[in-house]
Design a protein around this ligand. Structure first.
Ligand code: ADP
Ligand code: MG
Length: 704
């Protein structure tokens, strides 16, 4: 590319020199000389450039690469004056670019921007390793053995057209050029993929992505999940099939500089008027209930679930103790239920209204799975790439994962780590990275046989879920679809009205015709509009850090002790895990009210939610039994199972025991056939017993 003819090369060099002299860069270049090659870039403020000359600023934006090159060459000549090295690479990196001229959304990039400076913001989704690329190749001529330096572009290796030895001057016909790689000069390169920030997407649209190429000293500093603004030049790459070049091109951004997106300047801009409005809302008497009613108004009922989802949006307080231990503040929720109970609908809605929310399917949403993975694909051109999954991309937000029961096997283990540690470590194929997964998870799952079996616990119906994973959910809601003429009528009525209102709105939008207003239209308008709700949550999460009041602590403590001691069953009605969940929910409730103090009211709301969930999901004959969620068996079942195990061990010995003998033996001790079968199943899946032959059982012995 050649700069426009009205600005000749010499004058570009003179302008750079002037700018360097005028704005104090010359001294910086002198200093750069001392630190080279530990420091290889001169940072230049674009403000100085436009201050010096608007015309030059314009040239730089519209034709950056050759213009920057002149400046870079000038800097390296200034550095080299005192050193006897050959060509040394220096980077001129721009800051303070004018957003107005260069900022563009990833989805709005068009061919008219090719070759110009663009500034894009997004989240890093993939990165390759940093690898060397030939920059100045040194070739040896087969005729005269002299060396020729030949600069390389990205892509295929280019040999020099002729030997640089004037006495030889052989061309490619006469001579063979051999690459001497240890004489050649390399530059570090890294390829990244950046995707649109979730909060800028309209109603669940798929995020668009673009490739970014970094060179030299800025490589290796970003990881998947990082939020950045990339300033760079939009360039093209010709597509090819094998050796055949096509007329289509793909685009990428050659990075000049990048900035990490700071927390305060996140894409949601909350104005002082918004804050006033938010504070007014927060002072309402029943704000949590009002917020819950703003969630998916078209979905009928589910009041407690919606209220819990509100609390999840706000989240509890993340604690970092003096010794470095962290306690998670995010609340994880799982909905298990019958098909057609609006689970998916609810998940989508939550991912849209929660700041930094992302929606994904449990199965095959990307090769990275749910957390992150080292993958080998086209992007890395055969090399390994580190790719982020939903949990990394939703860092600091919400990951809504539908059909979690269909997740891939390899995800189960990493999900567990991601949920509890809130980070995931990848160590594979030379790639080593720890990525943050500090998000709350809202997941939905269908039971193993499609429909909930009311006679069985949830755990028994989710056999693909390892228990340690299940127990990381603060709340597991059972969403049953039970026919009842009263609630069916109301549900049908609600859905019909929703469709009726929808028809009317659509007609109004497309024809501009006002028509009649339906009397029940109001029911479907959220009490708090979506956009405001999003800002409300973002504001509260950023600025409110509530602490438990004495009163709240007393309520939670005494209730915990009372519940644990109330029942004399073999199980435990509630465990310390649920206690922590109650604390998180209570903090979230205070946050939703923009209160610095967790009051009695917050504590009561939280404990009621947890008790409701336990009573729905973890009861044995009507008695609370947290063991069902914690161990997969109620206390009673567990005693039966351990009795069965003892019998297998005693009578089976080394040979094992056959089913008939086992059945007859346990029957004498009051164990029914059904209880026996379910005990065998649980003992097997928990790795206590196995079948050496069909119908024979043996206890697995652990060597010590
Ligand atoms: P699931 O994911 O639980 O199988 P979906 O979210 O796909 O269910 O819901 C199926 C359809 O039924 C959706 O169109 C949803 O709006 C409707 N639906 C189910 N339950 C309700 C409800 N309580 N209120 C309103 N619509 C509902
Ligand atoms: Mg569904």
């Amino acid at each position: 590319m050649i700069p426009p003819s009205n600005v000749p090369l010499e004058s570009i060099e003179r302008i750079w020199k002037d700018i360097f002299d005028h704005y104090g860069y010359t001294e910086k270049i002198v200093r750069l000389k001392d630190f080279y090659p530990d420091e290889k870039s001169l940072i230049v403020s674009f403000r100085h450039i436009s201050d010096y000359s608007n015309e030059f600023a314009e040239l730089l934006i519209n034709n950056p690469l050759p213009t920057l090159k002149v400046g870079e060459n000038l800097i390296s000549s200034m550095i080299e004056k005192s050193r006897d090295s050959d060509s040394r690479r220096v980077n001129l990196r721009l800051v303070d670019l004018p957003d107005r001229d260069v900022k563009v959304g990833i989805r709005d990039i068009r061919s008219d921007r090719i070759g110009k400076i663009v500034s894009i913001s997004g989240i890093i989704r993939k990165r390759t390793d940093v690898t060397p690329r030939l920059q100045n190749a040194v070739f040896q001529c087969s005729v005269c053995a002299e060396l020729t330096i030949f600069p390389q572009q990205r892509g295929r290796l280019e040999e020099p057209p002729v030997c640089s030895n004037p006495e030889c001057g052989a061309d490619r016909q006469k001579a063979k050029f051999k690459l001497i790689d240890d004489e050649s000069e390399f530059v570090d390169v890294q390829k990244l993929e950046i995707q649109e920030n979730p909060e800028t997407l309209e109603g669940g649209a798929q995020p668009q992505r673009i490739t970014v190429v970094m060179e030299d000293d800025i490589t290796g500093s970003l990881e998947p999940g990082d939020r950045v603004i990339i300033d760079g030049v939009l360039l093209t790459d010709q597509k090819r099939i094998g050796a055949v070049l096509l007329t289509e091109f793909s685009i990428y951004v050659y990075c000049i500089n990048f900035r990490r997106e700071e927390k305060e300047v996140e894409s949601l801009d909350i104005t002082p008027e918004d804050i006033e409005e938010i504070k007014r809302l927060a002072s309402r008497q029943n704000i949590v209930e009002d917020l819950a009613r703003s969630i998916a108004p078209t979905i009928y009922g589910m009041d407690i679930i919606k209220q819990t989802l509100v609390l999840q949006m706000f989240g509890g307080v993340r604690k970092i103790m003096e010794d470095g231990t962290t306690i998670r503040g995010d609340i994880h929720i799982l909905l298990v239920g019958d098909p057609g109970t609006a689970k998916s609908q609810l998940l989508r809605y939550m991912s849209e209204i929660t700041p930094r929310g992302i929606f994904a399917m449990g199965k095959g949403s990307s090769s990275a799975g749910l957390t992150a993975a080292a993958v080998r694909d086209d992007f890395g051109e055969g090399r390994w790439t580190l790719e982020a999954g939903v949990l990394v991309l939703a860092n600091d937000g919400l990951a809504a994962i539908d059909e979690l029961d269909k997740m891939e096997k390899f995800d189960t283990a990493s999900l567990h780590e991601a949920m509890e540690q809130q980070s995931i470590t990848i160590s594979k194929a030379g790639i080593y990275a720890t990525l943050s997964t500090r998000c709350s998870i809202l997941a939905a799952a269908n039971p193993d046989f499609g429909r909930l079996d009311p006679s069985k616990s949830i755990v028994e119906q989710l056999k693909n879920f390892p228990l340690p994973l299940l127990s990381r959910f603060d709340i597991i809601f059972r969403v049953a679809d039970v026919p009842s003429s009263e609630s069916d009528t109301r549900l049908a009525d609600h859905i019909l009205k929703a469709h009726r209102v929808g028809e009317e709105l659509r007609k109004r939008e497309l024809t501009g015709f006002e028509g009649e207003r339906l009397p029940y239209e109001e029911e479907f308008v959220p009490v708090i509009p979506k956009e405001l709700l999003k800002k409300y949550v973002a504001y509260a999460k950023k600025s409110i850090f509530p602490g438990l009041s004495e009163e709240a602590m007393e309520i939670i403590r005494s209730d915990y002790v009372r519940t644990r001691n109330a029942i004399s069953s073999p199980g435990v009605p509630i465990t310390a895990r649920q206690l922590e969940s109650i604390i998180r929910l209570a903090e979230a409730s205070a946050r939703a009210r923009l209160s610095d103090i967790v009051t009695a009211e917050d504590a009561i709301r939280a404990k009621d939610i947890v008790k409701y969930y336990l009573s729905e999901s973890a009861t044995e004959e009507g008695v609370l039994d947290a063991d069902i969620v914690m161990t997969g068996m109620s206390g009673k079942q567990r005693t039966i199972a351990s009795r069965v195990k003892e019998i297998i061990e005693e009578m089976g010995g080394d040979r094992g025991i056959d089913f008939e003998t086992l059945k007859n033996t346990v029957a004498l001790r009051g164990v029914t056939n059904e209880q026996l079968l379910s005990s065998i199943k649980t003992l097997k899946s928990n790795g206590f017993i196995y079948s050496p032959r069909d119908g024979v059982y043996k206890v697995i012995k652990f060597d010590r």
